[in-house]
Design a binder for this molecule. Structure first.
Ligand code: SAH
Ligand code: SF4
Ligand code: F3S
Length: 447
C-alpha cells in the first residue's frame, strides 16, 4: 500500500482531543502528508472522537458511515477512529464498521506513526490497551499561531458517577516540569504568545511524580509548575484548565494573583448546586465549599472571570435540588457556563440507577438554566464597559473583515477595528464600547 498523500482530521470533544489532534496531524505531516480541508478529497480520514454524552457519540457514527461508503469506491482510503469512542468501543467498532483500518484510544495518539506502519502492511489494527504515554518528539501542527495547548497531565483518577473520562482516558499521568517548560520555550521561540495548560483534573498535576517536600506535600504541584514556567520568553499569557473544586487551593489562587502572566480566569466546574446531588455524583465537595473558593478568588482578584460546567437532570434530581443549581448560578454570576442535560453513559455507575429523569424534565431544566446563564453573563459583561482591556489578537473577525478578534485576560471574546496583518499576535489596549453576554466590541486606543 502506498502512503496516502492527503489527510483530513475532524475533531470532536474537549481541548484534550484538540491537542491530541494537533499532535497526530504533526505525525502525519512528518510522514509527508498534506492537510485537506475536505474529507472527501483526502485519502486518509481520521475522526478524533468524543463520548462524553450520547449525542456526541452518535454524531461520529453518522460521519463514519459516509466515509465507509466512500471506501467502497476508493479502496485505498485509510479510515481511522481515534479518541474516546475508539477507546470505549474498541473491537466492537470493527464489527460495526468493518471498513475501518485503525481504532486507537487517546493514550495512543503519539504512536500514530507506528500504528500506521502496521496498517500500511495490510493489517486492521486496534490499539486500546493502557500504556505509559510516551513523550512526543514530533512537532504538533497547531491550528493557531498565537495560542497553544500544552498537556500537563493525562487521564483522571476521579470516579464521578456520571463520567466516562476515567474509563476512556485512563489513570493520571503527569508530564515532567522539564518537558512542559521545554515545550513552552519552543513555543515562545516560534512566536506563540499564550499557552493553556491542560488536564481533565489539572489540580491533580504531579501527584504521580516522585518527590515530597519537607512538609510532606508533593514536590510537584500545579502551583509549583506555574511558578516554574512563569517567566518564559515570548509567552505573555498562561491559562490552565480544568480545575476541580475538591483540590483547588488558596496557594494556587495566590500564585495566580502574584504571577503577572497567569490570567485571572478560572474554569471550575461545579456540576450541581445541591449537596445531595453532589454526593450522588461523588464530587467530594459541598456547594458551600465551592462558594468559598469563588469568594477567595474574588478576595485576591475582584475582577477575575469565572466559568464552569453544570449538569441538569442527574438521576434523582428533584425540582428543589435543581433550584439549588439555579440559586448558585444566581448568586455567583458566572461569566460563562457550559450546561448539559445528564446523559447515561455505558460503564458508569449512574447510568444503571433506576431514578432516571425524563427527557422532558431534563430539557425544561436545561432551558431554564440557560436563560439564567445568559442573563447573568450579560450582567457580568457590563463591568467591562468603558474599561480598557488588554486583548491578544488571534484572527480576523470572520463576519466582518474590517475587524480583528481576540481575547481579554478574562477570556472574553473581543472585536475591534483593525488590520489582522498588522495586529495578529499583539496585545492591544482596547476601550470597550459594547458589552454583550459572551462578547465585547471596543476601540483600539493606539490608533
Ligand atoms: N474534568 C472536568 C470535566 C470533564 S467532562 C471536571 O471534572 O469537571 C466536561 C463536562 O461534561 C463535565 O464538566 C460535565 O459537566 C459534562 N458531563 C460529563 N459527563 C456527562 C454526562 N454523563 N452527561 C451530561 N454531561 C456530562
Ligand atoms: Fe470526569 Fe470527574 Fe474526572 Fe472530571 S473529575 S473527568 S467529571 S471523572
Ligand atoms: Fe469527550 Fe474524551 Fe474529552 S469523552 S470531553 S473527548 S476526554
Amino acid at each position: 500500500m502506498t502512503t496516502p498523500r492527503h489527510y483530513h482530521i475532524t475533531t470532536f470533544g474537549c481541548q484534550m482531543n484538540k491537542a491530541d489532534s494537533e499532535r497526530m496531524a504533526g505525525v502525519l505531516e512528518d510522514l509527508g502528508m498534506k492537510w485537506s480541508e475536505d474529507p472527501n478529497e483526502a485519502d486518509l480520514v481520521l475522526y478524533n472522537t468524543c463520548t462524553i454524552r450520547d449525542n456526541a457519540e452518535q454524531k461520529v457514527y453518522s460521519y463514519l458511515g459516509r466515509q465507509a461508503k466512500r471506501k467502497h469506491d476508493k479502496p485505498d482510503l485509510t479510515l481511522i477512529v481515534a479518541g474516546c469512542v475508539a477507546q470505549q468501543e474498541g473491537q466492537k467498532l470493527l464489527r460495526r464498521v468493518p471498513e475501518l483500518d485503525l481504532v486507537m484510544g487517546p493514550q495512543h495518539a503519539n504512536r500514530l506513526g507506528d500504528l500506521l506502519e502496521q496498517v500500511f502492511e495490510g493489517n486492521q489494527v486496534v490499539a486500546t490497551e493502557p500504556i505509559h504515554i510516551v513523550e512526543d518528539i514530533t512537532k504538533p501542527r497547531r491550528d493557531s499561531k498565537v495560542t497553544a495547548w500544552v498537556n500537563v497531565i493525562y487521564g483522571c483518577n476521579e470516579r464521578c458517577t456520571y463520567c466516562v473520562v476515567p474509563n476512556v482516558r485512563g489513570v493520571e499521568q503527569s508530564r515532567t516540569p522539564e518537558a512542559i517548560k521545554a515545550e513552552m520555550e519552543e513555543l515562545g521561540r516560534q512566536g506563540y504568545k499564550e499557552v493553556t495548560l491542560l488536564g481533565q483534573n489539572i489540580d491533580a498535576y504531579g501527584r504521580d511524580l516522585p518527590g515530597v517536600t519537607e512538609s510532606g506535600r508533593h514536590k510537584h504541584t500545579l502551583t509549583d509548575l506555574l511558578y516554574y514556567v512563569s517567566d518564559i520568553e515570548g509567552i505573555d499569557r498562561i491559562r490552565f484548565a480544568t480545575s476541580h473544586p475538591r483540590y483547588f487551593t488558596e496557594r494556587l489562587i495566590r500564585a495566580c494573583h502574584e504571577l503577572p502572566k497567569v490570567c485571572e480566569h478560572f474554569h471550575i466546574p461545579f456540576q450541581s448546586g445541591d449537596n445531595e446531588v453532589l454526593k450522588a455524583m461523588a464530587r467530594g465537595y459541598t456547594h458551600e465549599k465551592y462558594r468559598g473558593i469563588i469568594e477567595k478568588i474574588r478576595k485576591y482578584m475582584p475582577h477575575a472571570s469565572i466559568s464552569a460546567d453544570a449538569i441538569v437532570g442527574f438521576p434523582g434530581e428533584t425540582e428543589e435540588q435543581f433550584e439549588n443549581t439555579l440559586k448558585l448560578v444566581e448568586d455567583i454570576g458566572f461569566d460563562q457556563l457550559n450546561t448539559a442535560a445528564y446523559s447515561p453513559r455505558p460503564g458508569t455507575p449512574a447510568a444503571v440507577w433506576s431514578n432516571q429523569i425524563s427527557e422532558e424534565v431534563k430539557s425544561d431544566r436545561l432551558q431554564r438554566l440557560n436563560r439564567l446563564v445568559s442573563v447573568k453573563a450579560r450582567e457580568r459583561s457590563q463591568r467591562y464597559l468603558h474599561c480598557i482591556e488588554e486583548v491578544l489578537v488571534e484572527e480576523q473577525n470572520p463576519k466582518d473583515p474590517t475587524q480583528v478578534m481576540g481575547r481579554t485576560r478574562g477570556n472574553r471574546l473581543t472585536f475591534f477595528e483593525g488590520d489582522i496583518n498588522q495586529l495578529k499576535g499583539q496585545i492591544v489596549k482596547v476601550k470597550i464600547a459594547e458589552a454583550r453576554a459572551f462578547s465585547l466590541t471596543g476601540l483600539n486606543l493606539r490608533r
